[in-house]
Design a protein. Sequence first.
Length: 509
Amino acid sequence: MTGLLVRNARLVPVGIDPTGRTPARATVPDAPLDVRITDGVVSELAPGLLSHGEDELDVAGRFLLPGLWDRHLHWDQWAAALTRIDLAGTTSADDVVARLARILPTLPDDGAAAFGFGHRSALWPRPATVAELDAVSGGRPVVLISGDAHNGWLNSRALELLGLPPRTGVLEEKEWFDILPRLDELTRPGTASQEEAFRDAARKGVVGVVDMEFGGPFLAWPERIAAGERRLKVRAATYPSHLDRAIELGLRTGEALAGGEGLVTMGPLKVISDGSLNTRTAYCAEPYADAAGLAHPRGVLNYAPAELAGLLARAAAAGLDVAVHAIGDAAIANAIDAMVATGARGSIEHAQLLARTDIPRLAAHGIVASMQPAHLLDDRDVTAACWPDRADRCFMTRSLVEAGVTVALGSDAPVSPLDPWLEMAAAVFRSADERDAWNAAEALTPAQALACSTDGRGTVGIGSPADLAVVETDPTALDATAPRAAAAALRETRVALTIVDGRITHLAL
């Protein structure tokens, strides 16, 4: 038997209440309690517990809550992004090229590709070209990944090494997603900062992630566990390209993966049904406001409705949940139709632009809205250009919660950082600058935002999984009537202790 005794912890009341009130606050003791953890589960919860000889930690009245989950990220891409050239904030292709001209000569000339991340080209005055990237990169392969991860700008050397034909512009959507899993062919071993990614997640109070990495994360994570990694719980997805393999292995969503030692379970089938706002490829019911010159004025469907339904039916028959990427309102409607028709269970990933009539359908069929509020901080101005006539239907978190839809927050890292406190802050105050909140009526309270970040787990109690975080302040006590200040406090939340499966992964008491 393994155990840990956490002394003098104050419980944070956690749960969803459509009215915004914090549920069960009156039933949570004001006084600190001791928390006994035995074999990965909270086994006792009371003041003054007697020691059974286990390790003890006194958290001195700090606040205990369920550990945080990121319900949508790309782990390898996030780890790699920590070492990439930061292109956030660039305003044109010329701006990116100028930044590269300064940075590339300072990098080691070791034959590995130079990677950049974070540019957003939706509002650029002209498209990027391969030729201008060639002009500043010499013989070094260069790969630049957009901030929404839906396109890649490669120079000629990178294209050549990946066996791709010459081209003049960027790779987008399916053509790009087919290449993403192969980018490690252009790296040197160890260039992706996996260790820093694990440490940073623990510092944020993160105990679990749903990994939507391209390729086969359900194959990669048991290998990491076998190598000694124990700092996260993971649900590992598959894509249509690996669906046959997952079915052949008999993998079912929620079941432990062999070699994962109980930390890794099978996740959903991830299907990218449409594109993104920044590439004007999210599939909409109406043309984009700036659709002049677009080959597809309403965006792009990657799968015809019948094809999507066929994929979801295969997944459902095999015991796999589904996670359908759908950003445009027409794509979301198609995804709901397919899930209802096939009986597939799971989530709509992003649910960014939503028809109001589809909200009750999500609630009625138990479909999760897996959302990334920090994206609205980047997409606010692009929405004003592309969707000014429908901006009020973007990121409708409050409407979804009030309708009884399960809302699960995540980052889509590296699109936004793996930081649940940033996601909660964006959900509470929908602005990243001096401007007022965007669509303030859709803001969540701090208590709601926290409840959407704990993977459905409520207030810590006897029998709770020992996936826990201890923080300096109670996020549910923040003033919901002062959302700007509440969001600022959430962003500054300090995590003192993180525990995964009964093991300490971060300690800063």
